[in-house]
Design a protein around this ligand. Structure first.
Ligand SMILES: C[S@@+](CC[C@H](N)C(=O)[O-])C[C@H]1O[C@@H](n2cnc3c(N)ncnc32)[C@H](O)[C@@H]1O
Length: 181
C-alpha cells in the first residue's frame, strides 16, 4: 500500500512538473510543445538521412528530441556509425527518454538543454520538428554558427533564409524539408 502511494505521488509530481514546464515554455518562450513525429514520417526521415551519405563518425542532433524517436530509429539502422545527440529542454521528458534509452542499452547521448543556448557548430546533420516560429529562431542561429555543408531535416516547417534541396510529401498533410546549410 505504501509503495503504491509512493509511486502514485511520484507520477503525480512528474505530471505536474511536465505541465508547468510545458506551460512556461509555450507561453513565455514561444517554444514548441511535445508532439511525437508519426512513425511513417520518422521512417521516411531516416531513409532521407541515409541518402545524404554522411561519413562514419558524423555528429547527428535531434533538436527538441522529446523521446528521441528519430535518433532511436537511426541507431537501429546505422548501429554505431554516427554520434547521436538528443537535446531536450523539458526535464521530465529528458528523464523519461534517459531511462528508456538506458533500458535498451542505447548509446544516444541526451542533453537537458535549450538548443538555442548551446553551440551547434559541430553538427553534421540536424533533425527537428518544432513549429514555425521556433524553426525561424533556429535558422538565425544556424546562419551564424552551422558548419557550411551540414544538413537539416525539418519535419513540416520551413527554415527561413535557406532553400530546401529536397521536399518530400510523406502523406496528405506531412512534409519533410531537407536543407544544406
Ligand atoms: C514537436 S516536439 C518533437 C519531439 C521529437 N523531436 C519528435 O519529432 O518526435 C518538440 C520538442 O522540442 C522541445 N523543445 C522545444 N523548444 C526547445 C528548446 N529551445 N530546446 C530544447 N528542446 C526544446 C519540446 O519540449 C518538445 O519535446
Amino acid at each position: 500500500m505504501i509503495w503504491f502511494l509512493l509511486l502514485g505521488s511520484i507520477i503525480f509530481l512528474a505530471v505536474l512538473i511536465f505541465l508547468a514546464e510545458e506551460f512556461f515554455n509555450l507561453l513565455f518562450r514561444g517554444y514548441a510543445p511535445f508532439i511525437s513525429t508519426k512513425n511513417k514520417v520518422l521512417d521516411e526521415a531516416v531513409k532521407q538521412f541515409h541518402e545524404l551519405n554522411l561519413p562514419a563518425g558524423a555528429k547527428i542532433y535531434e533538436l527538441g528530441c522529446g523521446k528521441a524517436g528519430f535518433l532511436r530509429r537511426l541507431e537501429k539502422s546505422a548501429k554505431s556509425k554516427y554520434t547521436l545527440i538528443g537535446v531536450e529542454i523539458l526535464t521530465t521528458l529528458y528523464l523519461l527518454a534517459k531511462i528508456q534509452l538506458a533500458v535498451v542499452g542505447s548509446k544516444i547521448k541526451l542533453r537537458r538543454k535549450d538548443f538555442l543556448k548551446i553551440s551547434l557548430a559541430k553538427g553534421d546533420c540536424f533533425y527537428c520538428y518544432l513549429g514555425q516560429s521556433l524553426t525561424a529562431k533556429l535558422s538565425l542561429k544556424l546562419q551564424k554558427e552551422a558548419r557550411p555543408g551540414s544538413y537539416l531535416i525539418s519535419n513540416q516547417f520551413h527554415l527561413p533564409g535557406y532553400e530546401p534541396i529536397k521536399e518530400v510529401q510523406v502523406d496528405l498533410t506531412n512534409w519533410l524539408r531537407i536543407y544544406k546549410l
